[in-house]
Design a protein around this ligand. Structure first.
Ligand SMILES: Nc1ncnc2c1ncn2[C@@H]1O[C@H](COP(=O)(O)OP(=O)(O)OP(=O)(O)O)[C@@H](O)[C@H]1O
Length: 150
């Protein structure tokens, strides 16, 4: 109980310090909430555009929703939730970066080029590695629980 109170106090102190820091920065015109929220808007536009145009991103979104539903159903622990969230964010973030790299390549040249092929293949490989790691984490977390249900 005492430990939790100390934790709560530390968290509150950090939150107040952070808010004070932001207020001081914004007073000195070094931080703008308008800019921050505009940035959220741009990110939202990017998400919508990727969802509309990228099949792989739609697939990852569907897999993420399925994983979250399964995690609720199987009542995973807090630490398992953390791993699941990091995996989902990692895979979807990597997919978006891969898409952005592909678009930059296509802007540079639409013609076949070994350099572009290398960049696109390495970028795709990065997504594959992160997705494979997430898949293995999912197997380790979910399979024992699913086996118990049988
Ligand atoms: N300009 C190019 N020059 C050489 N190879 C290319 C070029 N464009 C694509 N490739 C090859 O084709 C593969 C697929 O590229 P592409 O841009 O179609 O990616 P994708 O994953 O199919 O993405 P999307 O379907 O979202 O456009 C690349 O990994 C690369 O090997």
């Amino acid at each position: 109980m005492l430990k939790l109170d100390a934790f709560a106090l530390t968290a509150m102190f950090q939150a107040v310090s952070f808010c004070t820091f932001i207020v001081v920065l914004s007073m000195g015109h070094l931080f703008s909430f308008k800019k921050l929220f505009r940035g959220f808007g741009y990110a939202g536009n990017g998400l919508k555009a990727a969802f509309r145009s990228e099949q792989n991103f739609r697939l990852h979104t569907f897999a993420a929703l399925l994983t979250i539903a399964l995690a609720f159903f199987l009542r995973v622990t807090v630490y398992e939730w953390l791993i699941i969230i990091i995996c989902i964010a990692g895979v979807m973030g990597a997919e978006l970066i891969n898409t952005a790299i592909e678009k930059v390549c296509d802007q540079v040249s639409t013609e076949k080029h070994p350099g572009i092929q290398y960049i696109k293949d390495v970028s795709a490989a990065a997504v594959f590695i992160i997705a494979a790691g997430a898949f293995i984490a999912g197997v380790v977390i979910f399979i024992p629980r699913l086996l118990k249900l049988i």
